[in-house]
Design a protein around this ligand. Structure first.
Ligand code: TYD
Length: 197
């Protein structure tokens, strides 16, 4: 049951886009005035842990359907155990990756976006969803040697294309992630401030 007194924000972007750094800076800044929970997907729960530890850095990708179902199941568990309780208490939640990651990444491997939406039908939609946009070539350069199964240029180009589709539909608010770290965090903060006010 969602009474939802807090604001639910998600931050999306390619691997190496700086979204985790930016989401954490944002959480830190907001904490000066309000209660904030920083969290991420895959989550720290049972299914999220399975995805991270047993799958993301293995040799071969699962079928995109199985991938999408795993991420959707993790999302529901994450919502029930962490996100909804925090929102109900009036805490602002910043989630590093959410449903748009499933649409972009599993969509990029050929799964229909409609089906991904269907299996994510039961989720709570964020109040604000931000996409930190960087050129795939740039994001790939920023990644270190420990790359997950999704982190190759061809995949990142496809993933970005889908993210940009949601920007066009106004479901995602875009920020230019090619700018300096300070400028990106200022841009992010000003969008969030505007929304919270
Ligand atoms: P990432 O943000 O890189 O996590 P971390 O840096 O903490 O390991 O996310 C891990 C990968 O999971 C990333 O390549 C995108 C992928 N992913 C999906 O494919 N679908 C999803 O629904 C989510 C949440 C992530």
């Amino acid at each position: 049951m969602v009474e939802k007194k807090g604001v639910f924000i998600c931050i999306e972007g390619l691997d190496g886009s700086g979204k985790t750094t930016q989401a954490k800076i944002l959480a830190q800044k907001l904490k000066e005035t309000i209660n904030v929970l920083y969290t991420s997907e895959p989550s720290k729960g049972l299914i999220g842990n399975y995805i991270r530890k047993s799958y993301l850095y293995s040799k071969k990708r699962l079928s995109p359907f199985v991938e999408a179902l795993l991420f959707a199941a993790d999302r529901i568990e994450h919502l029930e155990s962490e996100i909804i309780p925090a929102l109900n208490e009036g805490t602002t939640v910043i989630c590093d990756r959410y449903v748009f990651s499933s649409l972009a990444y599993q969509g990029a491997s050929g799964t229909s976006l409609d089906w991904i939406q269907t299996i994510n039908n039961a989720i709570l939609y964020p109040d604000l969803a931000i996409f930190i946009d960087v050129e795939p070539e740039k994001s790939m350069c920023r990644l270190n040697s420990k790359k997950s199964l999704m982190e190759n240029l061809e995949t990142q180009i496809k993933v970005r294309k889908i993210y940009l589709k949601f920007v066009e539909d106004s479901q995602l608010t875009i920020i230019n992630g090619n700018n300096s770290k300070t400028k990106v965090s200022e841009d992010l903060f000003s969008i969030i401030k505007k929304y919270l006010n």
